[in-house]
Design a binder for this molecule. Structure first.
Ligand code: GLP
Length: 245
């Protein structure tokens, strides 16, 4: 195991959300201008729910927070219910006092190539990501960096592999509606974050978590790039941890 990687095993998805949201709150309360990297998918949902509940109860101030999301499907408008912009607004941003002008999500409707080239620069101009939240795909992808991943990649247009299209089809009416391309921060963009929290729950993530924690650095498991980072916290439920030594 990488000594720079801290593993926290929690009971279930609820505890996962509770633990992760507390770390995010401690972080945003600790800096004058916190820059957060955010993720979509079902895994961070409980984290966002706790953050919204915290805002309702404690009115934690988000007005100073800047956020950058990892990725977006290609070709969906911002108000498309399947877009990650819609997801973030609906699950988090609409319910807290973050300034939406300070929430950045890769744009998928524009000159995407040139936008992709600008995204890492935009992050840099805000001082870089201090804390990056990550989920993980069953095949070990982070963001939408599919295997075999280029560990030097910055934000770019990527093709989704059939297993990801199949896994994400659960959010769409039919599999044909799942976009086959996305714009995603690259592995290098992710590794540029000062601190990373990767979260996972469920048996279907156990193999990817085993590779992340115990496997060797290998582009066929994109998540293993995180072993090259010096400050990674992995928060997982017992099922996702079930194959660990
Ligand atoms: C998508 C996202 C990833 C996410 C992964 C896992 O493909 N691009 O950022 O980590 O799915 O999603 P879930 O949390 O729903 O399992």
């Amino acid at each position: 195991m990488n000594k720079n990687m801290k593993i926290i095993v929690v009971e279930d998805k609820i505890q996962l959300g509770r633990t992760t949201s507390q770390m995010i709150l401690d972080f945003i309360n600790s800096k004058p201008i916190p820059v957060l990297g955010l993720a979509t998918g079902s895994t961070p949902e409980s984290t966002y729910q706790f953050l919204v509940e915290d805002y309702q109860k404690n009115h934690t101030d988000w007005s100073h927070v800047i956020s950058f999301n990892l990725d977006e499907y290609l070709g969906l408008t911002m108000d498309d219910k399947q877009s990650y912009r819609y997801f973030m607004n609906y699950k988090l941003f609409n319910h807290i006092n973050i300034n939406k002008d300070n929430t950045f999500i890769p744009l998928s409707i524009c000159d995407v190539e040139s936008f992709a080239n600008q995204y890492d620069q935009m992050i840099l101009e805000k001082g870089g990501i201090d804390l990056q939240l990550l989920g993980i795909g069953e095949n070990g992808h982070i963001g939408f960096n599919e295997p075999p991943a280029d560990f030097e990649s910055l934000t770019s247009i990527v093709d989704l592999v059939p297993s990801t299209i199949k896994a994400n089809s659960r959010f769409f009416a039919t599999i044909d509606q799942v976009p086959v391309k996305a714009i995603s921060m690259g592995i290098k963009s992710i590794l540029n974050a000062k601190k990373i929290i990767l979260i996972a729950n469920g048996e279907n993530k156990a193999q990817a978590i085993k590779q992340l924690v115990d496997g060797k650095i290998d582009s066929t498991w994109p998540c293993t790039a995180l072993r090259m980072h010096n400050d990674v916290i992995v928060i997982i439920d017992k099922k996702a941890a079930s194959l660990l030594k």
